[in-house]
Design a binder for this molecule. Structure first.
Ligand code: PRP
Ligand code: URA
Length: 223
């Protein structure tokens, strides 16, 4: 079995709600993020570009309606996105790096924020902030976080959004560990999970291997 076949077999072992993205541009950009020599400025730019590519996939079933437009030649009916009720919800801090990329596709989307940090010892998430746009129950919600490690933060973020009435949720994560995917899909088998790259495992500090390090620190230049 070659490497691609092996990867496909692993992907197929997860729930159908998981969408593993395979565009070569995405793979190339993720490799740049992994490189320890990639500085803050480039890292931030590439996270945003990846978010745009992932958002493009995650929004491919947006409904369309026929609108009449006058071209310089004649009038025609032509499709436009209908019902633009969208929300982007980054998990603070690192998820913030993905917001601009999504907004470049859907500038009218509203932005909510969920603040969670992982305890360094237990690796469990702690909530410190949650503010969502109005009418969250009517919106398609893209929750974004570059890293899905143990899955604790992702599961908690969706729980907080659900408690406030959010229903139509899609989760976008650039890098994921198998442990996090399993935890997320068993908690929310109905929430589509878009993944840029599935990595090997978690280490003893619950960091993704080979991963890219601490996404928040690399985006904001802390540490
Ligand atoms: C990171 C990352 C995720 C979380 C993933 O955030 O951005 O939110 O860890 O880990 P998990 O799947 O094990 O929960 P962190 O808690 O380090 O906060 P930060 O973004 O503020 O640095
Ligand atoms: N959070 C990160 O930023 N990186 C990891 O590898 C795991 C959690």
């Amino acid at each position: 079995m070659n490497n691609m076949e092996k990867e496909k077999k692993i992907h197929n072992s997860f729930a159908d709600s998981v969408i593993f993205l395979d565009h070569p541009l995405l793979k190339h950009k993720i490799s740049i993020l992994r490189d320890r020599r990639t500085g803050t400025n480039e890292f931030r730019t590439i996270v945003s570009e990846i978010a745009m590519l992932m958002g493009y996939e995650a929004l491919r079933d947006l409904p369309l309606e026929q609108i009449e437009v006058e071209t310089p030649v004649e009038a025609c009916l032509t499709p436009m996105i209908s019902g633009k009720k969208l929300a982007v919800v980054p998990i603070l801090r690192a998820g913030l790096g993905m917001v601009e990329g999504i907004l470049s596709l859907v500038p009218s989307a509203k932005v909510g924020h969920v603040g969670l940090y992982r305890d360094e010892i237990t690796h469990e998430p702690h909530e410190y902030y949650c503010k969502l746009p109005p009418n969250i129950d009517e919106r398609l919600i893209l929750v974004v976080d570059p890293m899905l490690a143990t899955g604790g933060s992702a599961v908690d973020a969706v729980r907080l959004i659900r408690q406030r009435g959010g229903e139509r949720i899609r989760f976008l994560s650039i890098l994921a560990a198998p442990e996090g995917v399993a935890r997320f899909t068993s908690a929310y088998p109905d929430v589509p999970l878009y993944i840029g790259q599935l990595d090997r495992c978690l280490n003893e500090n619950a960091y993704i291997c080979p991963g890219l390090g601490d996404a928040g620190d690399r985006i904001f230049g802390t540490k």
